[in-house]
Ligand binder design. Structure first.
Ligand code: AMP
Length: 191
């Protein structure tokens, strides 16, 4: 079971690349943002609980994400691997994730980061906001999400680097070129 975390700030291209990776390698793509947005659309209890956090560009509390993680792991069995997109986003989540995987005799195999500069991230997200009408893709919320990424999520780089499984790829190249670089790394780590 291969666990790949696609890491990077909002707007780096994690969603697009995750879908392509999942298709090529037969992995399951798990976007915690997509899961939470679906809960909001369904107006479930969980959706009601997380909506305000997401609309404001804040992180949803760790215990909610750990519940989502448990559910995903129970649901998805007999798969080749997972592409984790948008999870983990805090040290608490990363440590809990390691424990959940260890209990199953598994581990995070590779953390691939997409690197893109701030001004380009903001430009992309402003455009996405116009196309997809995501409420959290307005300029002030976009900047808030980048700040949260820097403060809460970026520290995970050191965490995974210490484990020797952190690799970064330039995310400002054409989509196919980014994908090639990603595949090269996955192939290296799965052989
Ligand atoms: P994304 O689609 O990955 O950009 O996520 C959109 C929003 O969902 C984030 O701004 C958070 O409010 C929430 N979210 C998604 N994944 C997580 C996570 N792992 N931890 C906390 N909040 C999350």
């Amino acid at each position: 079971m291969f666990h790949l975390i696609l890491f990077g700030p909002p707007g780096a291209g994690k969603g697009t690349q995750s879908k392509n990776i999942a298709r090529k390698y037969g992995y399951i793509h798990i976007s915690t943002g997509d899961i939470l947005r679906a809960e909001i659309r369904a107006q479930s209890e969980l959706g009601k609980r997380v909506r305000a956090f997401m609309d404001q560009g804040e992180l949803v509390p760790d215990e909610v994400l750990l519940g989502v993680l448990r559910e995903v792991m129970d649901r998805e069995k007999d798969v080749n691997g997972f592409v984790w997109d948008g999870f983990p986003r805090t040290l608490v989540q990363a440590e809990a994730f390691d424990q959940v995987l260890a209990a199953r005799g598994e581990k995070v195999n590779l953390v691939l980061a997409l690197e893109v500069e701030l001004h380009e991230l903001v430009r992309r997200l402003v455009n996405r906001g116009k196309e997809d009408r995501r409420v959290d893709d307005t300029e002030d919320i976009i900047l808030q999400r980048q700040r949260i990424y820097r403060d809460m999520t970026q520290p995970l780089i050191a965490f995974y680097r210490e484990q020797g499984k952190f690799v970064s790829v330039s995310g400002i190249q054409p989509i196919e070129k980014v994908f090639d670089d990603i595949c090269r790394n996955i192939d290296l780590y799965t052989q």
